[in-house]
Design a protein around this ligand. Structure first.
Ligand code: ADP
Ligand code: MG
Length: 380
């Protein structure tokens, strides 16, 4: 099995891994590849990075779908037989849409949307972004026009948090503390809040400037409002969570060859499997290439350097430094090799493991993404 088979055999491909390993880059590269092969592809990203927009030849990432025109492919000598669209996730808007969908009427909807606690939860509560990424995925995958959806996951500090996001969010909203607030509010009447309020305000300081009674009213309204749509919301989160386990969803782990990153990837792989999610491939990104030793003598190297360096630079002085740099680079490459091979042995099964070399420059245009894709789609 190769990564090409994984892309061809699934409708949703999700890149997961630690921050900075290349999730966004490889997600975009896979999307580019599949679009060039002829499929109608949506690249759904959480990363607002201009870099990615630029790489795809777009001015900016938008929160609605945006087509990458075939002429941009042509500019890099590439042919796009299918179509590629990109879309950036807007956490708050996705949450608002979810509320609107489940609220019993317009008044109930507005009560929640205008609530300050809601606004905090929807935009700042840890885990909301992760959950909404999945929520959006759930929504777009209902649209039959997409042959493939590639989802890039958020730059979560702990990649494992991502998978637990739907359950976590429900737990937070459905927590005993929230229910307690609601009960106290409804049971004791507003007068009781002068007392309770002080403690609670200290506890939930992060929520902002609102204090005392006003604050508690907001909490109660939020919890009451969420309860109103809770049946639908909880059910929805369960659907979203289940949908991630369906056979047409493939998770691709992205890691660097760094032993720490590999360790995390291994752990993450186990978690995915424990959770019943399909870990279908592994990308080891930014691998140091093993550069050959020079085939000529030191003396000849000095002569060759003399031919290319300006006269003010002594080639005999530069040569040992270049040799040293090459030795270091080769040591890195050998260390990377050991890591990748060990990972391969451990995975043991037919999970494709593909390597992408570290390029001299950031991946900054469609040509570079296609180049990344050419490594991703290599068959052993
Ligand atoms: N193989 C590579 N060679 C060189 N630079 C790379 C490579 N892969 C990714 N990069 C660069 O590394 C940075 C981080 O990559 P990114 O895809 O944003 O990581 P993540 O989404 O996992 O945080 C970006 O600037 C990207 O251009
Ligand atoms: Mg990213």
């Amino acid at each position: 099995m190769s990564l090409v088979d994984v892309l061809r055999g699934h409708r949703v491909v999700v890149t997961v891994g630690s921050g900075g390993v290349g999730k966004t880059t490889t997600a975009a590269a896979m999307a580019v590849h599949a679009a060039m092969e002829g499929r109608n592809v949506l690249c759904l990203t959480i990363d607002p990075a201009r870099r990615l927009a630029n790489s795809l030849g777009l001015d900016e990432m938008r929160t609605s779908e945006q087509n990458v025109p075939p002429s941009l492919f042509a500019r890099h000598g590439l042919e796009c037989k299918g179509a590629l669209s990109a879309m950036m996730l807007d956490t708050k808007r996705t949450f608002d849409e979810l509320v609107a969908k489940h609220a019993s009427d317009d008044e109930a909807r507005d009560r929640i949307l205008n609530n300050q606690i809601y606004q905090y939860v929807a935009s700042s509560l840890a885990g909301t972004q992760e959950y909404m990424a999945m929520e959006k995925l759930h929504e777009v995958r209902k649209d039959p026009k997409w042959d493939l959806i590639v989802l890039d996951t958020p730059p979560t500090s702990n990649a494992l948090d991502f998978l637990a996001a739907p359950e976590r969010l429900i737990d937070a909203i459905d927590s005993p503390a929230m229910r307690w607030f609601l009960q106290v509010f409804e049971g004791a009447g507003k007068e009781a809040f002068g007392l309770v309020g002080r403690g609670a305000t200290v506890l939930l300081k992060g929520i902002g400037k609102i204090t005392g009674l006003a604050f508690l009213e907001q909490v109660a309204e939020f919890v009451g409002g969420i309860n109103d749509l809770f049946g639908g919301f909880k059910e929805r989160a369960e659907q979203v969570s289940d949908a991630l386990r369906s056979p047409d969803v493939a998770f691709v782990l992205v890691t660097s060859p760094d032993p720490l990153a590999i360790g995390e990837a291994r752990l993450f792989s186990d978690k995915l499997q424990d959770a019943g999610m399909n870990r279908e491939g592994i990308i080891v990104n930014q691998v140091h290439a093993l550069i050959d030793e020079p085939s000529v003598s030191t003396g000849d190297q000095v002569i060759a350097l003399g031919n290319v360096l300006p006269e003010s630079i002594d080639p005999a002085e530069i040569q040992p430094r270049l040799s040293e740099a090459l030795r270091t680079e080769r040591a890195w490459a050998r260390a990377d090799r050991v890591q990748v091979e060990r990972l391969g042995d451990e995975m043991g099964d037919d999970t494709p493991i593909v390597e992408v070399p570290a390029f001299d420059q950031d991946v900054h245009d469609l040509g570079a993404l296609a180049r990344v894709a050419s490594y991703l789609t290599r068959t052993a």
